[in-house]
Write a protein that binds this ligand. Structure first.
Ligand SMILES: C[S@@+](CC[C@H](N)C(=O)[O-])C[C@H]1O[C@@H](n2cnc3c(N)ncnc32)[C@H](O)[C@@H]1O
Length: 207
């Protein structure tokens, strides 16, 4: 039953939630900043692909362990006006050369990647000197009352959500992993429940 949920229901659920127009609105504010060779962590069903600026992007390498979500990405991969390569791997273990990417992009994935420090280390390794990390992620709210509920609900939420943490302090974890945040906006996403809707959106560079 657990396997059936993880292989069939969860990928459909993740795709449908992430395809909501509220998510599209925030994708449009971060994805067009990507340039050059882009490594996208947790590309999922490829919902960011239509938001890239084709004049600026040379290739997108999408890294995600979920083959079911990759199947759902196929039509967007075909439609992209730049090269897209999907790699069925974890962001903690990238089969990519050092200093080979201009941008690492993550949207709504840092909540789920199990070893975040390992993934950030890989982002630092593959980014060229001066390359940018772009992120749009949900995590620990700056409202103590909501944060308290995020901590309480997290253990019950994680098994049903493919390992998504409600309460990761994304900016703190980014800085602890050797990045300097260059710009960031935070706030609750319109219409989303508070415990899952506090967003961090911005850019960072390796220190
Ligand atoms: C909520 S979905 C977000 C998908 C996509 N980034 C988006 O914005 O629609 C989280 C994604 O992280 C992926 N993921 C989970 N563990 C991962 C890992 N270790 N490395 C890379 N991606 C991972 C999942 O398979 C899933 O596609």
């Amino acid at each position: 039953m657990k396997k059936f949920y993880e292989n069939h229901i969860l990928p459909a659920l993740v795709h449908h939630v992430c395809a909501h127009e509220k998510f599209s609105a925030v994708r449009g504010k971060i994805v067009p900043r990507a340039k050059g060779v882009v490594v996208e962590f947790g590309i999922g069903s490829g919902l960011n692909l239509p938001f890239y600026n084709a004049q600026e992007v040379r290739a997108v390498i999408g890294v995600d362990p979920s083959s079911k979500l990759a199947e759902r990405a196929a039509s967007r991969v075909r439609a992209a006006p730049f090269t897209v390569e999907l790699i069925a791997r974890s962001a903690e273990d990238l089969p990519l050369e050092d200093n080979s990417a201009d941008t690492v992009l993550t949207t709504f994935s840092l909540c789920t990647i199990p070893d975040l420090a390992g993934a950030f280390a890989e982002a630092r390794r593959v980014l060229k000197p001066g390359g940018q990390l772009l992120f749009c992620e949900h995590g620990l709210a700056d409202d103590a009352r909501i944060a308290k509920w995020q901590h309480r609900i997290n253990p019950f939420w994680m098994p049903f959500s493919g390992g998504c943490h409600l309460n990761r302090d994304i900016p703190a974890l980014t800085r602890e992993s050797g990045f300097r945040i260059t710009d960031m906006e935070t706030g609750f996403m319109d219409g989303a429940p508070g415990i899952g809707g506090f967003l961090f959106r911005g850019g960072a560079k390796a220190r």
